[in-house]
Design a protein around this ligand. Structure first.
Ligand SMILES: Cc1cc2nc3c(=O)[nH]c(=O)nc-3n(C[C@H](O)[C@H](O)[C@H](O)COP(=O)(O)OP(=O)(O)OC[C@H]3O[C@@H](n4cnc5c(N)ncnc54)[C@H](O)[C@@H]3O)c2cc1C
Length: 346
């Protein structure tokens, strides 16, 4: 090869990214890379169960403690902009904003809600408190919560056509790391971190189960009800109810105890008529400190990880994708709390 061809080849490989995994993390990263002008080789293999079972809720507030997550507004703005951009590019609809009605059980919780609602971020998200007669509950209305229909989103991204995108059905292996292309592992909960110098206990995956019910009379149809479990309206009188958290028995099989828990919690909220349609389970890729795992894998010059977003992948992945891209290609810093360096194997 002539020297000029080598230079062209080198520059081209500098602008290329190989994305591994077709769940929410890989799809969002691949789309953001494409939009940012990179050439993307996207390897997908296996069913992204976690992303398909997920409720798809994008909420900046930890409801138990009424505490906004770090950089809440940046995550909300970036994710909203990203999903709306992709909707307009593809002419498909998969993201919307809706209220979440959080049950306030005690006077203390009502008081905390009122105090929080006066903070600068609280003014934007924490809305009015009202009594719902049909549920016989006091509800705090959380505004501007996002809902991503993950099934439609994944379908849309898999169908994306671009001269800069090459979608390949193939299982990646470490022996495939034999060129200069930046490789970003978005493998979800089954990823084996050991070979990459990240301690195995960094990952603490959490199994989650949901049920889908049909009810013509469930009273909250315009938003998500939250209290013990969430009840998410899917349209056509269907609702997704979830979810459980368990750290043992890690598999994608619905369990009798999961079903019992979900039904019991749902019936504490409402006693009307409904039919059970389906029961699903998957495993969330959660880390030990519940923070994402994003950045270069130690000791590899062109290997990165984009994983560990737990229950906040819909909210966090769009901004973290852009930050990882800027880190890999422009040398900018990533927030230290997401760095794989915090889990270096000893
Ligand atoms: C019950 C439940 C409810 C949830 N609710 C929400 C919610 O409301 N909001 C939210 O944001 N998150 C929610 N989550 C979490 C969310 O689902 C996950 O954080 C997210 O889907 C993880 O996406 P991922 O791409 O990392 O993993 P996955 O969806 O698991 O996808 C990883 C993909 O990579 C593939 N892969 C692995 N290894 C390779 C390889 N070597 N080569 C090629 N491909 C490979 C896998 O086969 C898989 O297809 C929920 C999860 C559960 C279980």
């Amino acid at each position: 090869m002539k020297a000029t061809h080598w230079v062209a080849f080198f520059i081209e490989s500098m602008q290329r990214i190989r994305v591994i995994g077709g769940g929410l993390a890989g799809s969002i990263f691949a789309m953001q890379a494409l939009e940012s002008g990179y050439t993307v080789e996207w390897w997908t293999w296996g069913r992204p169960s976690s992303s398909l079972v997920a409720a798809g809720i994008s909420n900046p507030l930890a409801l138990k403690r009424l505490k906004f997550i770090q950089r809440a507004e940046d995550f909300m703005n970036s994710s909203r902009a990203f999903y709306h951009w992709l909707e307009s590019e593809t002419g498909r609809s998969f993201y919307q904003t809706l209220p979440l009605y959080h049950i306030l059980y005690t006077d203390g919780e009502i008081n905390d809600w009122e105090v929080k609602a006066e903070s600068p971020l609280g003014e934007k998200y924490l809305g009015r408190i009202s009594r719902n007669a049909e549920l016989n509950r006091i509800l705090g209305e959380l505004n501007n919560v996002g809902w991503l229909d993950t099934e439609v989103f994944l379908e849309v991204t898999q169908e994306m056509k671009s001269p800069s995108l090459n979608l390949i059905e193939r299982c990646w292996n470490i022996s495939d790391l034999n060129d200069e292309i930046e490789t970003v592992l978005c493998q979800g909960w089954k990823s084996d971190t050991l070979p990459f110098g990240i301690e195995p206990k960094a990952f603490n995956p959490a199994k989650g189960e949901v049920i889908i019910i049909f009810s013509e009379s469930f009273p909250i149809r315009d938003g998500i009800l939250h209290g013990g479990v969430f009840v998410l309206p899917l349209g056509n009188h269907l609702y997704k109810i979830g979810s459980t958290y368990t750290w043992d028995d890690l598999n994608e099989l619905p369990s009798a105890t999961g079903l019992e828990f979900l039904i019991e919690e749902f019936e504490k909220l409402w006693k009307g008529e409904y039919h059970l349609i389906s029961h699903l389970a998957a495993v969330r890729p959660t880390t030990r400190d519940r923070k994402p795992l994003v950045g270069r894998v130690p000791n590899y010059k062109n290997l990165s990880v984009f994983n560990g977003m737990g229950s906040r992948a819909v909210l966090m992945a769009p901004l973290l994708s852009l930050e990882l891209l800027a880190h890999l290609f422009e040398g900018s810093e990533l927030p230290p709390e997401v760095s794989p360096l915090r889990f270096l194997a000893k």
